[in-house]
Design a protein around this ligand. Structure first.
Ligand SMILES: Nc1ncnc2c1ncn2[C@@H]1O[C@H](COP(=O)(O)OP(=O)(O)OP(=O)(O)O)[C@@H](O)[C@H]1O
Ligand SMILES: [Mg+2]
Length: 419
């Protein structure tokens, strides 16, 4: 079974006074709410009582924001760190807002001169209102407590008036989405693809196997960030949710996530389980194999939906090459590709129960990563029988490193998320 825990993984439980009101931090006023949500926000995230290895019970906004692991920044500090959010510091854009590159002093965390000190990524919330604030706070809540080499590190935040920002460790290679679907970066080799999948599986596994299970709910290529060595880290915990406890089999929620990645039973019923994340993992694995987006409206018919299109090929050794990314130029071990494709197929099972657990997924990927053929492609193993096809992927033409949503779903914040 894969080992999701790493010696450096931990859950912080230091701050848990359980105060529910009277927080020093400003509460959201109901006039800014888009929904009929409460005017003061207490995130009902963790349902187990606090002990040495579980996350604390629901915490007030004040408790969340007073995490000793997080630095509260002023807006001015982040303005200076990003050179006034200059367009040339822009790293990307998502549904939540824009992400800028910034520099801070390693010791004092105050703004530093560009090029000196520590590089950070500063995410600036663009939408106002209850939902935006809720997701922002959920992210601070989880990333303020969960620490693992495969989760992006949150350094601090800023909450000042309407301004909501998050400061993360900078991930020099950006998102997996950029590498798979954008023109520009070198195509990822087979070995790197397996490395990325393994790292991301380890991150999800850590969340699922935590004493108080966390369901990530937004697993997709744009939320997998890569460091200089292509180690992957999960980012964006705004939709994360505590898993079911006691005898419960699922948590019932408003359906949120991203079209193309969200598990069909969850979209249909709102019943969320860790197996919903496993489905999304299967979609990303398929993206890694095929180099195609989960949803691509520029394609015609069944090819618009990657899962629908690719599923029939995954269990067939002889046909698998038809869905493999042509950017790999046949440089992958056939056996390894078949193992990964079979794994993707299992993750994508329509019936959630038969999907493997993330620990099992991780174990298979680790084997694949460590197998003697990983990364190398012997002449005999390499796929040669396939006619050379043109890349199946019409490149997404973004000259800048911007990241538009993976799906064209309209929403009030132009997010690809399901709402
Ligand atoms: N810590 C980081 N280091 C480097 N680049 C980052 C970092 N965080 C985000 N980015 C870049 O900014 C882009 C936008 O990220 P963001 O999380 O806001 O949106 P998204 O994941 O693309 O979409 P969505 O809002 O639907 O999740 C990412 O795709 C990535 O390229
Ligand atoms: Mg993201």
């Amino acid at each position: 079974m894969g080992n999701c825990l790493d010696s450096s993984a931990k859950v912080d439980t230091a701050q848990s006074s359980h105060a529910t009101s009277g927080s020093a931090v400003s509460k959201l006023s109901s006039k800014t709410s888009r929904s009929s949500g409460p005017s003061s926000l207490t995130i009902q995230t963790f349902s187990e009582t606090s002990n040495a290895s579980s996350l604390p019970t629901p915490r007030s906004e004040g408790e969340i924001l007073s995490s000793p692991n997080l630095k509260p920044f002023t807006f001015n500090e982040l303005k200076n760190a990003t050179r006034n959010f200059r367009p040339d510091s822009l790293l990307g854009e998502g549904g939540f807002g824009y992400v800028f590159k910034g520099w801070i002093d390693e010791n004092t965390f105050s703004a530093a001169k560009p090029g000196s000190g520590m590089v950070v990524a500063v995410k600036k919330l663009k939408s106002e209102g209850f939902q935006g604030h809720k997701e922002w706070l959920t992210e601070v809540n989880y990333l303020g407590q969960l620490h693992h080499p495969n989760l992006v590190k949150l350094i601090g935040y800023c909450l000042e008036g309407e301004n909501r920002l998050l400061v993360y460790e900078f991930m020099p290679k950006g998102s997996l989405e950029n590498h798979l679907f954008r023109r520009g970066p070198q195509p990822l080799s087979w070995a790197i693809r397996i490395k990325v999948a393994t790292g991301a599986a380890r991150g999800l596994c850590f969340l699922h196997e935590a004493k108080s299970q966390v369901i990530y709910r937004d697993f997709k290529a744009s939320n997998i960030l890569l460091d200089a060595e292509f180690n992957s880290k999960l980012s964006d915990f705004g939709l994360a949710k505590a898993g079911p406890t006691g005898d419960r089999t699922h948590v019932s929620t408003q359906v949120m996530g991203t079209h193309g990645y969200a598990a069909p039973e969850y979209v249909a019923t709102g019943r969320l389980t860790a197996k919903s994340d496993v489905y999304s993992f299967g979609v990303v694995l398929l993206e890694l194999l095929s180099g195609r987006r989960a949803v691509d409206k520029s394609k015609v018919g069944i090819e618009q939906n990657l899962v629908d299109w690719a599923k029939p090929y995954l269990g067939d050794k002889r046909k698998l090459f038809r869905i493999m990314d042509t950017k790999l130029e046949g440089q992958y071990p056939q056996k390894g590709a078949y193992t990964a494709a079979t794994l993707a197929l299992q993750c994508l099972s329509t019936e959630a129960k038969v999907r493997p657990k993330m620990a099992e997924v991780l174990a298979t990927l680790e084997q694949l990563e460590n197998s003697k053929n990983a990364g190398r492609t012997s002449q005999s193993e390499q796929h040669t029988g396939a006619p050379v096809r043109k890349s199946p992927m019409r490149p997404h033409n973004s000259p800048r490193n911007l990241t538009p949503g993976a799906s064209p779903l309209p929403s009030y914040r132009q997010s690809p998320r399901v709402r």
